[in-house]
Design a protein around this ligand. Structure first.
Ligand SMILES: [Zn+2]
Length: 263
């Protein structure tokens, strides 16, 4: 089964590539059908097999030989491994579906920010609505589990409130640095932090944001130190928040338990 989900994951990765390429440009996800960006030739089924087509064509368009972005391959491979891992972690369950959805969501947000330095409202806003609905029906894992009553209206209200409060926490936590260090962090990051709160809930919102800030700070420091980036150049923060959120979705409860257990 794990292999089946790995293959399914690579197919989802293909779709994520379409989202990453088309959403920032304001293009439709379904029309026109997949084509080479260079020569506009429509791609046939044999050009669209995840991972294998890229390797078989050695990363070049079959029709015009233009190179194909390596990200297409990595997104497919990564998505496949990720889905296999989430399946192994959760088994076939609601958590599996929700975690996979969120991980893929944050891959799209993170890669779009990496490539365009943009966090798209048209992804973040609908995702926030979905997250709030999920919060009400599937309360976030964490120490709040102890207080949660049986599934029902009350549990739904608590889950929704938890999501909203955590979203507000995320919003405020990144609003402060965004206001102080203008330029480094933008409105997109603040809205993304609110979404992360809605998705992860309390107390995991702290784990995700703290991890994102530390990771971003370390990498930015490294890039500046070795002069790969100049001080004036913007380093998008969204990819780090995305990575940290995915890690929190997968291991956040373990991190909290380890932290609480170390007292
Ligand atoms: Zn071509």
């Amino acid at each position: 089964m794990t292999v089946v989900f790995a293959l399914l994951g690579t197919a989802i990765g293909s779709f994520l590539n379409v989202c990453i390429d088309r959403l920032p440009a304001g293009k439709s996800l379904i029309y026109p059908p997949s084509h080479c960006e260079a020569c506009r030739h429509r791609l046939s089924l044999q050009d669209l097999v995840p991972v294998f087509s890229y390797l078989w064509l050695r990363g070049h368009c079959r029709y015009c030989q233009s190179p194909i972005s390596r990200r297409l391959l990595w997104a497919e491979v990564g998505s496949g491994l990720l889905l296999a891992f989430i399946y192994w972690h959760y088994g076939l369950s609601v958590e599996f579906v929700v975690t996979a959805f969120y991980c893929y969501l944050f891959i799209v947000i993170g890669v779009v920010d990496l490539e365009h330095e943009l966090i798209l409202n048209k992804i973040v806003y609908p995702a926030a609505v979905v997250a709030l609905i999920v919060d009400a029906f599937l309360p976030q894992p964490g120490i709040l589990d102890v207080f949660l009553p049986q599934p029902g209206i009350l549990a739904g209200l608590i889950g929704g409130a938890n999501g909203l409060i955590s979203g507000a926490i995320g919003f405020v936590l990144l609003l402060i640095p965004a206001l102080i260090y203008r330029g480094g962090m933008g409105w997109g990051d603040v809205k993304m932090a609110a979404l992360i709160g809605l998705v992860t809930g309390f107390p995991l919102v702290f784990v995700a944001l703290l991890m994102g800030v530390i990771l971003g700070g370390l990498v930015a420091g490294f890039l500046l130190l070795f002069k790969i980036k100049k001080r004036k150049e913007a380093i998008p923060f969204g990819p780090f928040l995305s990575l940290a959120t995915i890690a929190t979705l997968l291991w956040g409860s373990d991190i909290i338990n380890w932290y609480l257990g170390s007292f």
